[in-house]
Design a protein around this ligand. Structure first.
Ligand SMILES: Cc1cc2nc3c(=O)[nH]c(=O)nc-3n(C[C@H](O)[C@H](O)[C@H](O)COP(=O)(O)OP(=O)(O)OC[C@H]3O[C@@H](n4cnc5c(N)ncnc54)[C@H](O)[C@@H]3O)c2cc1C
Ligand code: SF4
Ligand code: SF4
Length: 423
């Protein structure tokens, strides 16, 4: 197939037409330093052939690849780039965008849409309601208003969910403040995972629920960065087998607003511990807010307060291409931007998101959002950076990269369909 460099170079290997191998993903995304460690490829592989390299925390082939194409199809830096995973924002300047048509195909005429999968228009995406909220009773360690923690506890208490996929700090003493994806099933575990950890964790790989003590048909909430939610949504919308990964069990998605994430080694160990001498065992909070990285110690002292650009070397390069700061594919998006300190910005996007938020409302103080325009401004900046990155990196394999039309052609005559989110 034209423009699949690796497949072309695999002379002598008889392969059925229209296959995509893991090695395409490896060359085009992982080795090209574009992987954002979402774990979608691991979860998408129907033969459980993709694992995680212990040293790099990147996907690697652990057994035979059948060339089924699914890892490429659902990768937010691979096939998903060419297909829509969320409906376009209402093209409006109004901060409170109106709900839009949900079943949406990419507009092939819109180059930007094709390249980033992001809405070319302004606005918050589909939004049913916006709030600033905080837990009526604050849990130790929460990042902003503690809404995510309260919401998950309320849903667990009411039996709406059996558990949640969250990120908890690693228990390895050599890896303080490293996010590790974990399926939690009790309020105590949810509370112990409160707060933000600024590394990607291959989260969706943790959707293998074997041995987690969950019922046969569990209902899970997933808390993740927008790229993780996009990968998950795409897999849910196409019922391909996903090996032992239970994407079907995910009942609710909560996206953390995100402009960039970091390599754990690069940010926490190189920049903070080694270069600045930060004692990570004494840290109580790491925050990226108002363009600065702030690290606080347990005794209240500020350990670091520097412009975030000082840490750009530790950021994941693939995040530059990301234009989904707002987590448009989620049921609920949450963040700090748009609300005063100590409150969480909440964008309720779907009916399921609304019902879940209502279930938690008794445990929250809820009021109007402080500054929706701050969200719009940051989203526009994020999209601008993504546009620039794509213009620069259109050719990550050192040759013409597969275009949208090539991708669609790759589906032609097969039973496979491009991904379109329906919800
Ligand atoms: C990498 C990253 C970048 C972010 N960037 C922004 C930003 O630019 N602007 C903005 O407004 N908000 C951003 N946020 C979101 C913000 O930091 C808070 O998570 C959000 O406001 C919710 O606060 P809370 O007090 O309600 O959450 P809490 O009640 O403290 O709960 C947070 C939940 O998030 C989970 N979690 C923490 N880290 C991760 C992770 N790495 N991956 C998956 N789940 C995780 C925790 O396990 C917990 O369940 C970012 C978060 C992360 C992790
Ligand atoms: S970006 Fe996600 S899906 Fe793509 S290779 Fe990396 S972990 Fe896999
Ligand atoms: S910036 Fe985008 S790609 Fe990077 S972690 Fe956040 S949501 Fe994922």
């Amino acid at each position: 197939m034209k423009r699949y460099r690796l497949r072309e170079s695999m002379n002598g290997i008889a392969e059925p037409p229209r296959k995509t191998w893991f090695w395409e993903l490896e060359a085009g995304v992982i080795e090209a330093d574009r992987c954002i460690q979402c774990g979608t490829c691991v979860a998408a592989c129907p033969s459980n052939s993709i694992g995680i390299n212990e040293d790099t925390n990147l996907p690697e082939l652990v057994k035979m690849c059948t060339g089924c194409s699914l890892c490429w199809d659902f990768c937010p830096r691979g096939g998903l780039r060419y297909e829509t995973t969320w409906p376009p924002s209402t093209p409006s300047d109004a901060p409170e965008a109106q709900p839009v048509e949900l079943v949406t195909k990419p507009d092939p005429a819109d180059t930007y849409f094709k390249l980033t999968g992001a809405a070319p228009g302004k606005g918050l995406g589909r939004v049913e309601a916006t709030y600033a909220a905080r837990a009526a009773k604050r849990t130790d360690g929460v990042q902003d208003g503690g809404v995510v923690t309260s919401l998950l506890v309320a849903l667990l208490d009411s039996g709406e969910i059996d558990g949640a996929l969250v990120a908890k700090p690693s228990s390895d003493p050599d890896e303080p403040w490293k996010a590790v994806p974990t399926v939690v099933t009790s309020a105590a575990e949810i509370k112990a995972a409160a707060g933000s950890f600024y590394n990607q964790s291959m989260a969706l790989a943790a959707l293998d629920l074997t041995g987690k003590g969950l019922p046969a048909n569990p209902r899970l909430a997933v808390v993740g960065t927008p790229c993780e939610v996009a990968g998950l949504r795409a897999m849910q919308s196409r019922r391909w087998p996903t090996g032992s990964h239970r994407v079907d069990a995910v009942f609710l998605t909560i996206a953390l607003l995100c402009t960039k994430s970091f390599s754990y080694e690069g940010l926490m160990l190189d920049e903070l511990k080694r270069r600045r001498g930060i004692d990570l065992d004494r840290v109580s909070k790491v925050d990226v807010t108002r363009g600065r990285l702030i690290v606080e110690y347990i005794d209240g002292a500020t350990a670091v307060d520097e412009p975030i650009k000082a840490f750009h070397g530790a950021a994941l390069k693939g995040c530059d291409e990301c234009a989904d700061f707002l987590g448009r594919a989620a049921d609920i998006s949450v963040g700090s931007v748009g609300s005063n300190d100590g409150w969480t910005t909440v964008l309720v996007r779907t009916e399921r998101g609304r019902q879940s938020f209502e279930a938690a409302r008794r445990s929250l103080d809820v009021r109007d959002l402080d500054d929706a325009s701050a969200l719009i401004r940051l989203d526009e900046l994020d999209q601008k950076i993504a546009r620039r990155a794509m213009a620069r990196d259109l050719d990550p394999m050192g040759e013409t990269f597969m275009t949208y039309d090539d991708h669609v052609a790759n589906y032609a005559g097969t039973s496979r369909q491009p991904v379109v989110i329906r919800r």
